[in-house]
Ligand binder design. Sequence first.
Ligand code: CUA
Length: 351
Amino acid sequence: MRSAFGRIKTAFLLAVTALIRAGCGKENLTALVPKGVGAQKSMDLIILTTAVMTLVFLIVIILFVVVLVKYRRKKGQEDYIPEQVEGNKTLEIVWTVIPILLVLVMAVPTVVYTFELADDSKAKDHINIDVKGNQYWWHFDYKGEKIQTSQDLYVPTGEKVYVNLLSNDVTHSFWIPSISGKLDVNPENENTMYIEANEEGVYWGKCAEFCGPSHSLMDFKVVAVSPAKYKQWVKDMQDFDPKKFKPDTQVAQDGQKLFEEKSCIACHAIGPSPVATGPNLTDFGNRERYAGILEPTKENLVKWIVDPEKEKPGNKMTGKYPKVTEEEAGKIAEYLMQLKPSSVTPETVSK
Ligand code: CUA
């Protein structure tokens, strides 16, 4: 029969592993469940290096235990001096060569993958997106398609998409754990890498370089859809004419007016615009999160518009517009939530 202590121990271990697994978190925000080419290569390297290190660890431990048991000093051996092996050429060579071989086993694929993933010589044959990092949001400019979005990055599955990374302020780092490795987003030089999603999904992206008080809130989403859906999305976005767009309720129409009166429009573009200084809101109603982090509810949006500082300290929206009451914010929210230019949305990806 198992003792009470044994049962407590089992329960404790279960709780700890559950906590650890919960900490590793969402399936669409972990490098341990790769859903893209870069992430898969990283995973291959993680497995390879872990295997090599485990092998070394086991051999060392086994040798250690064998020596400890077999060669420990026994009774009557107090004055015994074992054979001395210092300067033994064969041994020196063996324990120099083995680590070199092991390092090579890990280094060669790492270097090969690194160069493969950084290769942008074929970029012009693929989709190119200029990515701008800002405190604390992301802008995506589809050069060839003449589309702009912020926070939600739509890509077709099974295709290389080249992202050209540049920052508007401080250094950020572009990272979609399930899809690819991370790359610095600098203000002074452009870095390019490609991302390639294997299957449809909404994958969470993160800023991976400390960039200010809301660094941890600088999230974005990658919406990977089939090439057919992507084509549809591109067409819908291109066809959307912000000047002709009229919300279908009076409240939302009032919101549209307030959007101009409260000078939201001074920073936020709807439709393609090269000069906007704030996030592009063309497909705002389809966003997976508001402000990158908030569940997409009207309540959250109102809170955000009334006092963005509370949700994202240090953001650059705070103080840029006259005071907005909750009622006014509610109207603006109704308007923004109707901005749904495409039927391809984060909800329509097959999970
Ligand atoms: Cu941007 Cu951290």
